[in-house]
Design a binder for this molecule. Structure first.
Ligand SMILES: Cc1ncc(COP(=O)(O)O)c(C=O)c1O
Length: 411
């Protein structure tokens, strides 16, 4: 079939492309062979529903395996209960809202421009359509404005308070948010889509038991297969499970559960802890290289920085993103609190992350070179000749890492 042949050729080109860029998109990661091989079970059984309540035959072993995987997730995150079925963190968020809220109930969450996610109330998203979102933002220094969150909570009495972010590079004050939620009898949810791996590896504090519900992606810093996870307090386990099935999802493959469990087990090994520490150390190199007054919040506690490239280099986020793409470095535009427009095409921020490159073995000295290349690329006029010299330096960094070392690490 002609079209399939073309797809194969494109697939080869894509794989080749992936080996020949430095990917600094903060949500991306390169997972090890021990995860992609899924040695526990990578077969084809698909099930639906909850343990002990399946609509299809043949679930005896499936039930035991899913229960084991769930207990691994609970052990890693010190959670009462886990559900590993969500297809992604967006679906985990959908299920969490479905469990805790009714149509048009009020939710208080971090503003999109301050780093919140589209599932936290963007008007074109299911969340913004179905629920009444109100938002807290950040102070002049870029730090979350907890006083504003408290004031809004007291005034508007949301049923749920959400904290979590795609581009807020600081840890948030989980206890303060708990206090605010308790003062109005609201539930508290943390969306740890990005930082789950750093938490599992023990390099940032574990705040899971402070929230009622926690959602996360398994493929970002956690470095597992693509998917989502929900953790919750024991008393919510029934409604959370029912909100996943039959509330918002039907079938899922057992290999998703086993692959996630395998990656969770790996987070407890020294190699993973080293990776997680290196992710943070590499992000610190980025922080120290860019002038702090151009970095959103002045720095980072996590795996990325957000640079105000409009102020630093006179470029929009998308201009900066495409200039770096020209030299083989991937990043992404990001709106930041000072932006007047909410349109991503006008965004002034650029998010630069370290998880993928750290998994490919890039160290702090490599990140010093990467940071210098980025600054030179964005400072210059963007002339072709100048950019091609920089892309040679990017190629030299790529050639340092042999594909086999990178894609088939031992652990
Ligand atoms: C804070 C946050 N929540 C949820 C999501 C959605 O995650 P997923 O891509 O797993 O649906 C993202 C994605 O980047 C995110 O940053």
């Amino acid at each position: 079939m002609k079209v399939l042949g073309e797809l194969n050729v494109l697939g080869e080109q894509m794989t080749n492309y992936e080996y020949n860029v430095i990917n600094l998109i903060a949500s991306d990661n390169a997972f090890p062979k021990s995860v992609s091989d899924n040695p526990v079970y990578s077969g084809h059984i698909i099930q639906e529903g909850l343990v002990g309540r399946r609509p299809f035959a043949g679930a005896r072993l499936h039930d035991i395996m899913e229960e084991t995987a769930v207990s691994i997730a609970c052990e890693v995150f010190k959670a009462d209960h886990a559900n590993l079925q969500p297809h992604s963190c967006s679906q985990a968020n959908q299920a969490a809202y479905h469990a805790l809220l009714s149509y048009k109930d009020t939710i208080l969450s971090l503003d999109f421009q301050a780093g919140g996610h589209l599932t936290h109330g963007l008007k074109y998203n299911f969340s913004g359509r179905n629920y009444n979102f109100i938002h807290y933002g950040v102070t002049e220094t870029g730090i979350i404005n907890y006083d504003e969150a408290q004031k809004l909570a007291l005034e508007m009495k949301p049923k749920l308070i959400v904290c979590g972010s795609s581009s807020y590079p600081r840890l948030f004050d989980a206890l303060r948010l708990r206090e605010i939620a308790d003062s109005i009898n609201a539930k508290l949810m943390f969306d740890l889509s990005h930082e789950a791996g750093l938490m599992a590896g023990g390099v940032i504090p574990n705040i899971v038991n402070i929230a009622d519900v926690v959602t996360m992606s398994s493929d970002k810093t956690l470095r597992g297969p693509f998917g989502g996870i929900i953790l919750c307090k024991k008393e919510l386990s029934d409604i959370i499970d029912k909100a996943v099935h039959p509330g918002t999802q039907s079938s899922f493959p057992l290999r998703k559960i086993t692959g996630t469990a395998q990656s969770l087990v790996l987070t407890q090994l020294d190699d993973f802890r080293k990776y997680a520490l290196d992710v943070l150390a590499n992000a610190k190199v980025l922080e120290y290289t860019f002038p702090s007054n151009f970095i959103f919040t002045g720095g980072t506690d996590k795996h990325y920085i957000v640079v105000n490239v409009k102020r630093a280099f006179g470029l929009t986020g998308s201009e900066a993103e495409s200039r770096l793409e020209q030299i083989g470095v991937l990043s992404n535009r990001q709106s930041i609190p000072l932006d007047n427009s909410k349109k991503m095409s006008d965004a002034s921020g650029l998010r630069i992350g370290t998880a993928w490159a750290t998994s490919r073995g890039y160290s702090t000295s490599d990140f010093k070179e990467i940071s210098k290349i980025i600054i030179e690329a964005l400072s210059g006029s963007g002339e072709e000749k100048f950019l091609s010299r920089l892309s040679e330096r990017v190629k030299a960094l790529i050639l340092k890492k042999k594909v086999n070392d990178v894609w088939h690490p031992k652990f």
